[in-house]
Design a protein around this ligand. Structure first.
Ligand code: ADP
Length: 436
């Protein structure tokens, strides 16, 4: 049975109009008011009008369904969930380059990203836009690297991959484009550091080497028969050879310590005795510079898990630096004490304080970089290699300790080393105490 709507509903109005028009025409022809030819023409006009009306409705229907197909472009919840779990920036686009979804890292990297808008508006990286075009045109993944200067110098790699969904997801077409980015900055920094390191090390070695070969030429030539000049030049050559040896020594120590950085030492050492020994050995230099070294230490040992030789290098470097660069203050204070670390465990705190010229604040964060010096000329004149504080930092890190540097320009510098106390030694000490 036909549903009443098929005839009486709104949708059936054209059909009713058509039937009514046909009946009227039949009546007009029958009464002789209208010729048959006119009547047929009128029928054709009515049919055409009804057809246009219905196809217009189809057209309007299609347009009004567009927002549903094109319009608020949101990705499938599964896609959203998957990209939300990825640590790198990821953006999902349609083939026209409009954003369908993106994760938080992508939003952080390009805050102007908006769903439904062209990604090129927010990314503004010509390399990516071009890669998107190539990826869609050739239906093949594209990888590009690019560099951003603002707000910070950063390098990225972007992979633009066309993806074909097995089934059309409701809301958008099957062809998608996936942009995933990778921050290459840490990798590039390491590469740069390695290149800088090689350049610096060769430069540091080439300088004394050039001086040595210069003196050799002079001794073989103009100064061949000058006994006094020979003595003087040989002394200088000895100094340069010592500098080269020290540099090679420091480089080797640094690479050895870096290699073992993850391995905590398994021996113990008393920092009080290490510091006293180093200060004694540097007494000659202190006297030469007219500097007084004052040590304040507890009567009991401060035993840490540590390599005695490496800890000796740490305090040698810090006290020698205080004498060389801070000697102008004529006094170096060394304080040792036991303290409680944030986690409640005990630690040995060693403070080396001088009253010299101090260090400008902009240099403080970079002092522990290899070959970094505030004043290269001063360091060279003091026989420095620029590796001392880098060594100190690596050794302290290996010992699971911390190094802090503070300075007020014109008032000297303070280097503080914190090292975790050996728990075994602490327990033995407590046992001794309770026995007593
Ligand atoms: P160097 O071999 O040049 O002494 P370091 O790594 O030990 O290398 O020190 C790096 C730089 O830090 C030094 O060249 C010097 O400019 C600065 N510095 C280190 N200790 C002090 C200090 N106590 N007072 C002022 N400047 C210092």
């Amino acid at each position: 049975m036909q549903r009443p709507d098929a005839w009486w509903g709104r949708e059936a109005a054209p059909r009713r109009a058509l039937v009514a028009a046909a009946l009227m025409l039949v009546a007009l022809v029958a009464t002789g008011a209208l010729g048959v030819a006119y009547a047929l023409a009128a029928v054709a006009v009515v049919i055409a009008a009804a057809w246009i009306g219905s196809s217009r409705r189809t057209l309007i229907g299609a347009v009004s369904s567009l927002p549903e197909r094109r319009g608020p472009r949101i990705a499938d919840p599964l896609v959203e969930a998957v990209i939300a779990g990825l640590p790198d920036p990821v953006i999902v686009l349609d083939r026209e380059g409009r954003v369908l979804a993106f994760n938080t890292p992508a939003g952080r990297m390009a805050p102007a990203l908006r769903r439904g808008e062209p990604a090129s508006l927010a990314l503004r990286v010509p390399e990516i836009v071009e890669a998107m075009r190539r990826a869609v045109a050739g239906n093949a993944p594209q990888r590009v690297e690019f560099f951003e200067r603002v707000p910070l110098d950063r390098w990225f790699a972007a992979c633009v991959t066309p993806v074909e969904l097995a089934v059309a997801a409701p809301g958008f077409e099957r062809g998608l484009v996936l942009i995933s980015m990778q921050d290459l900055t840490p990798l590039r920094r390491v590469e740069e550091m390695r290149a800088d390191f090689v350049a610096n090390a060769s430069h540091e070695l080439r300088t004394p080497l050039a001086s040595l070969s210069g003196f050799i030429d002079t001794l073989q030539g103009p100064a061949r028969d000058d006994a006094a000049a020979r003595e003087r030049f040989i002394e200088i050559m000895k100094g340069q050879a010592r500098r080269m040896a020290r540099l090679i020594d420091d480089l080797l120590s640094l690479s050895r310590i870096e290699l073992n950085q993850h391995l905590q030492p398994h021996t113990t050492a008393d920092v009080v005795s290490v510091v006293r020994q180093v200060a004694d050995a540097l007494q000659v230099l202190a006297t030469e510079r007219g500097v007084t070294i004052a040590i304040k230490a507890p009567p009991e040992p401060l035993v840490v898990i540590g390599d005695r030789d490496e800890l000796t290098r740490v305090f040698e470097n810090l006290i020698e630096n205080a004498l060389k660069y801070g000697g102008g203050g004529k006094r170096v204070d060394i304080t040792l004490e036991r303290a409680d670390a944030a986690d409640g465990a005990g630690e040995a705190v060693v403070v080396v304080r001088d009253y010299g010229a101090g260090i400008p604040p902009e240099h403080l964060p970079r002092l522990t970089e290899r070959f970094y010096r505030v004043d290269v000329g001063h360091s060279r004149a003091e026989g420095g290699t620029g590796l001392g504080l880098a060594l100190v930092k690596h050794i302290v890190t290996r010992h699971r300790g911390r190094l802090t540097i503070e300075s007020v320009l014109g008032q000297g510098a303070t280097f503080t080393v914190r090292l975790p106390l050996s728990q075994i030694a602490a327990r033995a000490e407590t046992a001794e105490f309770s026995k007593a």
